[in-house]
Write a protein that binds this ligand. Sequence first.
Ligand code: CTP
Ligand SMILES: C[C@](O)(CO)[C@H](O)COP(=O)(O)O
Length: 397
Amino acid sequence: MSVAALIVAAGRGSRAGEGIPKQYRLLGEMPVLARTLSTFLAHPGINHTVVVIHPDDRALYEGAIAVLPVPSATLLPCVHGGATRQDSVRSGLEALTGLNPELVLVHDAARPFPGPDLIDRAIGASGRWGAAVPGTVVTDTIKVIGERSEVISTPDRSTLRAVQTPQAFRFPLLLDAHRRAAAAGLHAFTDDGALAEWAGLPVHVFEGAAGNIKLTHPADFQEADRRSKGNTMAYLTRLGTGFDVHAFGAGDHVWLGGIKVPHDRGVLAHSDGDVILHALTDAILGALADGDIGTHFPPSDPQWRGASSDRFLAHAVERVAKRGGIVDHLDATLLCEKPRLGPHREAMRQRIAGITGLRLDQVSLKATTTEKLGFTGRSEGIAAQAAATIRLPEVNA
Ligand SMILES: Nc1ccn([C@@H]2O[C@H](COP(=O)(O)OP(=O)(O)OP(=O)(O)O)[C@@H](O)[C@H]2O)c(=O)n1
Ligand SMILES: C[C@](O)(CO)[C@H](O)COP(=O)(O)O
């Protein structure tokens, strides 16, 4: 399932007092927007994130995302918003039409503590209902008042919910509702739930989070500062290792490091049997704690028969990107008597860099014989071992 996050950050923050717009003010050492964004970029269920900004705020935006310690492959180029929140959401939705995600989660930049559990609930609820908003129970008694502040009624508060973001929808439903509202000359819906109701969509409420406060007035920043003290965000390095073996069989070449290497034997394998790419793939999956190559590409599945192993490696790198991380370094050692790695090493490094999007200095390849010992020493088979370091965002809320 493809899920996009749309963060609206084009407001002026007039109620929050003077100074730069509130979404760029610092909470601890991080701008509010960077803190909001980091939770979505780190969430494994979010495939794409787009931020809607005010055209005057380009430099502030660049400054905010520069604070994120690593660039995220899932962050799309920002787009410009409109005069109202509703117009800004529509601008973000239009920017997502090319990707056409199944679900979209619309979130206020001004809510910097959404939390991964809330995002999980938003994805689950919109998948189930099509349109869903997070709500918390109301603990104050609410009065409906008239023009002279006279109380008109006291609604039963057990039926009331205070509604937050992220509000989550099937993407085509929300896009259509927004286009219809704009065509009808309506631009002032204060949330997407209300716009969806106007468009005739059934909207459900799922459990919100008490900590998911919106920064609206100056006093809200005191509360946010207090909360952000115990809320740290860091990119942690993780290490994974991989190992792969294939027996030699009849043939005149072997695939190694994505390169076809002439040899007097071939390998027995379900795919192309590239031990270097397989070991690297497992090393990255190991660093993610995300199973192994067999979990993602079962040998029992006929579609992987003879498959080129570059897609296994590219898939592992994509899994890292989906978690908002990057691959830092890859290192593999080939174990065999023959073929020799040396003549092909640079071509293999370049091929691996091409598959993974890494620089050449982030890809290392080495080789060793096993001094004629064991199955590699007897030239019965070929093996490779690998290590990968990746950096993943860790949000400690
Ligand atoms: N034209 C607008 C107005 C609001 N927003 C965004 O919508 C969210 C919720 O709006 P609100 O808290 O009202 O922000 P502001 O409009 O900036 O605040 P104010 O009304 O005090 O000016 C914020 O993240 C804000 O940046 C937006 O993207 N485009
Ligand atoms: C979308 C929202 O945060 C849901 O509670 C709220 O409606 C935004 O209102 P604002 O007046 O634009 O702050």
